[in-house]
Write a protein that binds this ligand. Structure first.
Ligand code: NAD
Ligand code: IPM
Ligand code: MN
Length: 370
């Protein structure tokens, strides 16, 4: 018998556990109706782990993540822990997971589902049919560059420092992910940086051009300055298919892009590492949103980004494309039936909470033939 796939679930803080609960119902459906069983472990992470163990990511959790075939992550952070130093904050958990598992390519698919065309704050004709992917570099750049810190100068002034730094190999490996993806899509990549003011951005641009020339002559590569890209994304997002960019710009542009689709609560992500010699690779899946302290505990968060993240996990880590697509179709049908959480609410639609939305996805899945 084939070995069971190992799945590690880390719900985290705030709305993390609330939206993860709805994924667990989907996992239960897979088990009951499709006979698909995983070896599942669940653990604390972020603020929840700080409260229980005094650390946002314990060594044993890190080891579980290394051993897993895939990690499904919720969200971490919140005002209760904002006073902690950087080494101890909940957010260090996700940063360490990305870095220590070598998860350098963060794919953020940005799809406007037809029923949600008018949920965007942009005009329907601007966003209808949008289907792009932001490939965000996720283990380098200013998030991890040295030197960093806050120092006190002799005159009492303080100085805060972060460093944007990229090496050739870091740019090339994320570039290959974007170019390979473009080959399966429309053959176009937009590379985004600030080469007009930053040396790391200039190197980024040079490396992307050299890589395209050497290995991907069939791909059309354009270079876009990050500020212009933000503007273009709201002016005419349909011009983009695959975007590849740095850690910080990718963070900003993907939150912006989420509003093209209707809500931050709609965007999933997959963060992938290198394919190793045994053919396996580490991978972590999470919604792009955070712990949403402003709505946590009220049962109103949109669980769809978390469920869509699980669908990406099935697609990219468990070779279960058809089930992944089935879950995505079920979500579109639920939206088509007019169910809305408050973040995507529209006139005439039925406003529901997290649990009812999850239940509705489940009902659609139950309808499909096994
Ligand atoms: P956020 O993404 O948590 O929330 C931004 C806004 O979007 C809020 O108004 C929130 O209510 C809304 N929102 C987010 N997800 C939603 C959902 N699923 N359904 C409905 N509405 C949703 O960002 P923030 O408020 O800037 O950050 C809150 C905390 O989360 C911070 O501590 C931050 O560091 C952390 N954070 C964690 C992650 C992560 O764990 N991957 C990602 C982003 C932010
Ligand atoms: C994200 C988040 C994280 C990031 C934080 C929580 C460290 O905003 O995944 O988009 O900045 O990468
Ligand atoms: Mn972010």
């Amino acid at each position: 018998m084939a070995e069971l796939k190992k799945l590690l679930i880390l719900p985290g803080d705030g709305i993390g556990p609330e939206v993860m609960r709805e994924v667990k119902r989907v996992i239960d459906w897979l088990d009951r109706r499709r006979g698909v069983t995983f070896e599942i472990e669940e653990d604390l992470v972020g603020g929840a782990s700080i409260e229980a163990r005094g650390t946002p990511l314990s060594e044993s959790t890190m080891q579980m993540a290394r051993d897993a075939d895939a990690v499904l992550f919720g969200a971490v952070g919140g005002p209760a822990w904002d006073h902690l130093g950087f080494a101890n904050r909940p957010e260090i958990a996700i940063l360490r997971l990305r870095q220590e598992l070598g998860l350098f390519a963060n794919l953020r698919p940005t799809i406007v589902y037809d029923p949600l065309v008018s949920a965007s704050t942009l005009k329907p004709e601007i966003v209808r049919g949008l289907d792009m992917v932001i490939v965000r570099e996720s283990t380098g750049g200013i998030y991890f560059g040295e030197p960093r810190g806050i120092e006190t100068l002799p005159d009492g002034q303080k100085r805060g420092v972060n460093t944007e730094v990229y090496m050739t190999h870091e740019i090339e490996r994320v570039g290959r992910v974007a170019f390979d993806l473009a080959r399966k899509r429309k053959g176009r990549v937009a590379s985004v940086e600030k080469s007009n003011v930053m040396e790391s951005g200039l190197l980024w641009r040079q490396c992307m051009t050299a890589l395209r020339d050497a290995e991907y002559p069939d791909i059309t590569l354009t270079h876009v300055l990050a500020d212009n890209c933000a503007m273009q994304m709201v002016r005419n997002p349909l011009q983009y298919d695959v975007i590849v960019t740095t850690n910080l710009f990718g963070d900003l542009l993907s939150d912006l892009a989420s509003m093209l689709t209707g809500s931050l609560g709609m965007l999933p992500s997959a963060t992938l590492g290198t394919v190793r010699e045994d053919g396996r690779r580490h991978a972590l899946y999470e919604p792009i949103h955070g712990s949403a302290p402003d709505i946590a505990g009220r049962g109103i968060a949109n669980p769809l980004a978390q469920i869509l993240s699980f669908a990406l996990l099935l697609r990219h880590s468990f070779e279960m494309e058809s089930v992944a697509a089935e879950i995505e179709r079920a979500i579109v049908r639920v939206l088509g039936n007019g169910l809305r959480t408050q973040d995507i609410m529209a006139t005439g639609a039925a406003r529901v909470g997290t649990g009812v939305m999850g239940e509705a996805v489940l009902r659609e899945l139950e309808k499909a033939p096994a």
